[in-house]
Design a protein. Structure first.
Length: 167
């Protein structure tokens, strides 16, 4: 089975952006990731774990970028659009609950629910079994539900939405 590179490009970009917090740098790292991936693919035709390899390359390049310079602090910017107040409050509450996670757990949730990376790929990426990865994800979601339900009344609906992929 071959990975659809067009489909993976946006996912790798989001992953890189999450890591470096800079759009231009994330675009550069994403391009470099695919260049390195394609170089290896031409040399070795038997790539069994392509998605794992893509995320490994991207993660290493992001780590290299982080070592080069300090990242800037992100601010909590609420869009200027005329969103519904409930949506804004839900997003802020969910964001504050996610910020309480460790960096690795936050990365795991983004990979799983934003980039829709399969549990099997995540388990190989983190070096644990699929079952251990599933338990870890359930534990993180349970923590988020607990933290999120403590926010002023925006708990049941928003947690259900987050489980359905609206994180």
């Amino acid at each position: 089975m071959s990975v659809d590179l067009n489909e993976q490009y946006d996912k790798i970009f989001r992953y890189c952006y999450f890591k470096v917090r800079n759009r231009t740098v994330a675009e550069d790292i994403t391009q470099e990731t695919f260049l390195r991936f394609l170089e290896r693919q031409n040399k070795e035709n038997d790539i069994v774990k392509e998605m794992h390899y893509l995320y490994t390359i991207a993660g290493n390049l992001c780590a290299d970028e982080f070592r080069k310079k300090q990242t800037e602090e992100l601010t909590d910017n609420i869009p200027d659009e005329t969103d519904h107040e409930d949506d804004i409050l839900t997003n802020v509450a969910l964001g504050s609950a996610i910020k309480k996670l460790s960096d690795e757990d936050r990365e795991l949730i983004i990979l799983r629910y934003v980039n829709e990376v399969p549990v099997s790929v995540l388990s190989k990426l983190y070096g644990i079994s699929r079952f251990a990865m599933s338990r870890r994800i359930r534990k993180i979601l349970s923590f988020l539900k607990k933290e999120f339900s403590g926010e002023e009344g925006y708990h049941e609906k928003a947690v259900e939405e987050s489980h359905s992929g609206i994180i």
